[in-house]
Ligand binder design. Structure first.
Ligand SMILES: Cc1ncc(COP(=O)(O)O)c(C=O)c1O
Length: 449
């Protein structure tokens, strides 16, 4: 029995999979916030390169991965699928547990899969600098790694709570030549507005997005780059699931359930969407998205048009949202603190093609620690949400007497997140609940469409 299922570099997928043409009903389009009409390519030109705008709106099923991107991907791709044999033994699991490990990338997560692609298309169109946001620091470090390879500058607005909790992520970004600014900052009008209302604001992904978008929109040679949420980001991440399908095939297996954590939705999309393609043609497979209880967009949010950022600069996206002004309580999984989720993932949930579930921090870390003690890998707090769901699926299999096959996306390592593990071991980590009134407050700010 193989522990690691490995593909050769020559077996790496040459195309990304776009699920849009295969959807049973059309994806609600993004709307212009002023006219409330569907946006066109021209509306995005100020901050994105045409190569990415075309992918964002594409109805082509397969999109060729340029050779230059494939060449860079070989620095860490194809990534391994592991069979978690030791974990199965410790959990006395009747289910087989597999995980796709994206922590092998230079930045330590799945994020470089899209960072390299985005840097490539920006470079091709002459962009000199990219501005972006980062939550946990994973996306920011991935983009700094990528822009550096293409000789571009990168400015990263980093959610303040993560900037303070994760100083080494900042060091990584600086090592790859990036400039890191704690958000909210007083460098942008968006940041100033937030700080005027709450000088101690811990920041959120929504706020950092506002700052980065403003930076790009107000500087000619600067573009904006988003690490999740948008169609083209989910598209780039499908290489994860396409590889995983080949790897499962190599061992003659197929998952009953695929699991991923959800911040903006990209790592879940990357693993799950190629399997959902099979589901649409009659294959039996479940896809389970996992989020934190304190930021429950999919499990408690409203399916409505909302801004992608906190201040209201972006087009309106149809998604399960907690309201763009929602600032989630501080948790260690900084990358899961986003008020919305990718419209593509939300559409799949609305259509009943995926499921969603939420957990609090402590059981999530308990699962991650058990995993580390069996499998060795110390995972990112974000990925640990998916891990906890795996444990619960194993429990369900025991109760139902089923021998299923589980595949989850171990989206990143947690070696720069050890402060979170310290908090867990010292007993300082809190399980915070989210009151109905806090939820309702931010949802009252939803734009009228
Ligand atoms: C390791 C890791 N996993 C998951 C996520 C969540 O993002 P997404 O839902 O786009 O995959 C992040 C975000 O920063 C992350 O760093």
């Amino acid at each position: 029995m193989e522990t690691k299922i490995l593909l050769k570099e020559s077996e790496m997928p040459r195309e990304w999979y776009n699920i849009v043409p295969d959807l049973p009903s059309p994806l609600p389009p993004p709307l212009h916030p002023g006219t409330k009409q569907p946006i066109g390519p021209d509306d995005l030109k100020a901050i994105f390169p045409m190569g990415l705008i075309e992918q964002e709106m594409s109805s082509e099923r397969w999109i060729k991965i340029p050779e230059e991107i494939l060449k860079i991907y070989t620095l860490w791709r194809p990534s391994p699928v592991y069979r978690a044999l030791r974990l199965e033994e410790v959990l006395k699991s009747p289910a087989k547990i597999y995980y796709k490990y994206e922590g092998v990338s230079p930045a330590g997560s799945h994020k470089p899969n899209t960072a390299v692609a985005q840097a490539y298309y920006n470079k091709k169109e002459g962009v000199k600098r990219i501005a972006t946001e980062t939550g946990a620091g994973q996306w920011g470090s991935a983009l700094c790694f990528a822009t550096n390879l293409f000789g571009m500058e990168c400015t990263v607005y980093m959610v303040k709570v993560s900037y303070e909790q994760k100083p080494y992520r900042r060091s990584m970004m600086e090592t790859w030549g990036g400039k890191v600014i704690p958000s909210p900052s007083s460098l942008t009008e968006s940041g100033k507005k937030i700080l005027a209302a709450d000088p101690n604001c811990p920041g959120s992904l929504g706020i950092a997005i506002s700052e980065a978008v403003e930076d790009a929109a107000t500087h000619k040679e600067v573009n904006y780059s988003l690490g999740s949420v948008l169609n083209h980001v989910c598209l780039h991440q499908t290489i994860v699931g396409l590889e995983a399908k080949k790897q499962m095939q190599m061992v003659g297996d197929y998952p009953d359930v695929v699991i991923g954590c959800v911040g903006g939705g990209s790592n879940f999309a990357g693993l799950a969407i190629p399997f959902i393609q099979d589901k649409l043609t009659g294959k039996k497979v479940r896809a389970l998205a996992v989020e934190p209880v304190v930021c429950p967009s999919l499990t408690r949010g409203l399916y409505a048009y909302d801004f992608g950022d906190a201040v209201g600069l972006t087009p309106l996206l149809k998604m399960y949202t907690l309201g763009h002004s929602f600032v989630p309580p501080r948790i260690h999984a900084g990358g899961l603190r986003y008020h919305g989720v990718s419209p593509l993932i939300c559409h799949l949930l609305k259509q009943g093609l995926i499921e969603a579930r939420a957990y609090t921090q402590r059981p999530v870390f308990e699962a991650a620690v058990t995993f580390a003690r069996c499998e060795g890998i110390i995972m990112a707090p974000e990925s640990a949400h998916a891990c906890k769901a795996v444990f619960d699926e194993v429990e369900r299999c025991k109760q139902e007497g089923k021998k299923e096959t589980i595949l989850f996306n171990l989206s990143g390592h947690g070696l720069v997140d050890m402060a979170a593990y310290d908090d867990y071991f010292s007993g300082k980590m809190q399980d915070v609940a989210l009151s109905e009134s806090e939820l309702n407050r931010a949802m009252a700010d939803l734009p009228k469409v």
